[in-house]
Design a protein around this ligand. Structure first.
Ligand SMILES: C[S@@+](CC[C@H](N)C(=O)[O-])C[C@H]1O[C@@H](n2cnc3c(N)ncnc32)[C@H](O)[C@@H]1O
Length: 217
């Protein structure tokens, strides 16, 4: 069963009771996504140029897309965003999410309603392609500059945190490309290194000492 939970910063997350996993940290979904994917990922990458191709593993609630869109609007970025999701949320769940309310926006529902496997121009300078597929099956169609690796944890889905998967992503990234993940486990860091990345540790959001930024040099 899928349940909506309010995290410590007031923003919702999803709890999947079958797998026993949350989509975000219970310390705050909004602060977690903002710190890891926006501050350490998007804003840092945008220092090099405003045209960025993003790949996200796990569309889920759509929070990372929404936060990226808000930043793109603010800073006039040109974002081509591809997000992968094997198990899209049912409408009654995404309709109840409180992100639009918290972020003073009105687009989250529209992002969820966009058809799958098709590119959409959501606004000037922001296109979104939602792909319904399994990461293990997916073949990249273009090179990416920034990857939000937001899979469930290695304990829950070890098959997604392998050298083979990271190498596939590495091969699909431009030189200088950045992969962000919330997981700082030593085994994940070593697997990213083995796949060819340089790996940096950075202070994480509240409740998480470190997160990883992997760079294709
Ligand atoms: C940690 S949650 C993602 C959180 C999401 N970025 C958000 O902001 O809500 C992981 C997501 O990956 C999806 N997923 C699980 N296994 C997958 C797979 N093999 N391929 C693609 N997506 C998968 C889940 O359904 C879930 O939505």
């Amino acid at each position: 069963m899928i349940e909506l939970i309010v995290t410590k910063d007031g923003s919702h997350t999803i709890f999947d009771s079958e797998l026993g996993v949350w989509h975000h940290s219970v310390n705050g979904a909004l602060q977690e996504s903002t710190r890891i994917f926006i501050e350490l990922g998007l804003l840092e990458k945008a220092r090099e140029g405003k045209e960025i191709k993003i790949f996200e593993m796990g569309f889920g609630t759509g929070l990372n897309v929404l936060l990226t869109l808000i930043e793109a609007r603010k800073h006039n970025y040109y974002i081509d965003y591809t997000t992968l999701e094997a198990f899209p949320l049912p409408a009654e769940k995404y309709e109840a999410l409180n992100y639009d309310l918290l972020l003073d926006s009105n687009v989250l529902q529209q992002l969820h309603q966009l058809s799958w496997n098709q590119k959409h121009d959501v606004m000037d300078g922001f296109s979104l392609t939602k792909i319904q597929n399994d990461l293990l099956e997916y073949r990249f169609a273009q090179k990416m500059d920034l990857v939000y690796f937001d899979a469930y944890s290695p304990n829950t889905q070890p098959e997604l945190w392998t050298e083979e998967v990271f190498r596939k992503i590495y091969d699909a990234m431009n030189t200088g490309g950045v992969l962000m993940t919330y997981c700082s486990k030593t085994v994940v860091r070593k697997t990213l290194l083995a796949a060819g990345f340089n790996v940096e540790k950075h202070p994480g959001p509240r409740g998480k000492r470190e997160v990883l930024r992997a760079i294709k040099v």
